[in-house]
Design a protein around this ligand. Structure first.
Ligand code: AMP
Length: 179
């Protein structure tokens, strides 16, 4: 999209809805159709960056795998470090492990035991908040380090699934797009 003024509705319209993927009954929000548009992508990055500019974020923690796309760019934009939270068996050194339930299935996540410090101000990022199981596992992993503050950000939030209500009250949650 080459329009000079891109807005939230343009971003929303650029996200493809794929019914019954990866399972019957799931309305999958395909963010790749938003990310492939250079104007939309730039707008998304700047909107999220602007929201956290004054927060003193020292580390962005991205959740595998779609959380790595914006997460690493946000780390650069916010002059912060980037830390990956990955699926089991992917990280090469010593890890903390946390199991969680998905909207479709269950899994576990890992973080390197030396990834964060007590004085870190952490922004956890994932592409989408559904039931909240994934981000809560990420929060549990980040809490093991006793960091100074934790924020959670999503590109897309499915409000009707109530994931936000399941996130602890001390975590500031903000999403760019809501369904
Ligand atoms: P949840 O743990 O239920 O909050 O699910 C969030 C994670 O699952 C994110 O990493 C998403 O990428 C993925 N996910 C869950 N539901 C959807 C959906 N309807 N469309 C796209 N991704 C989803």
């Amino acid at each position: 999209m080459n329009r000079i003024s891109i807005g939230i509705e343009d971003v929303k319209n650029s996200i493809r809805n794929v019914p019954n993927f990866p399972k019957e009954g799931i309305q999958f929000k395909d963010v790749s159709t938003a990310f492939k548009d250079k104007g939309i992508f730039k707008f998304i990055v700047s909107e999220i960056r602007n929201n956290y500019q004054e927060c003193g974020i020292t580390k962005v923690v991205g959740i595998e795998s779609r959380g790595f796309i914006l997460g690493s760019i946000l780390a650069g934009e916010l002059h912060a470090g980037f830390v990956p939270i990955r699926k089991p068996g992917k990280l090469p050194s010593e890890t903390f492990v946390q199991s969680y339930d998905l909207e479709y299935g269950s899994d576990s996540l890992e973080i390197h035991t030396d990834a964060l410090d007590k004085d870190d101000i952490v922004l956890i990022h994932d592409d989408l908040l559904a039931t909240g199981g994934t981000v809560n596992a990420a929060v549990d992993l980040v809490r093991k380090f006793g960091v100074a503050k934790i924020y959670a950000n999503f590109f897309v939030e499915l409000d009707f699934l109530g994931g936000r209500k399941r996130i602890a009250k001390d975590i500031e949650v903000w999403s760019l797009i809501h369904y």
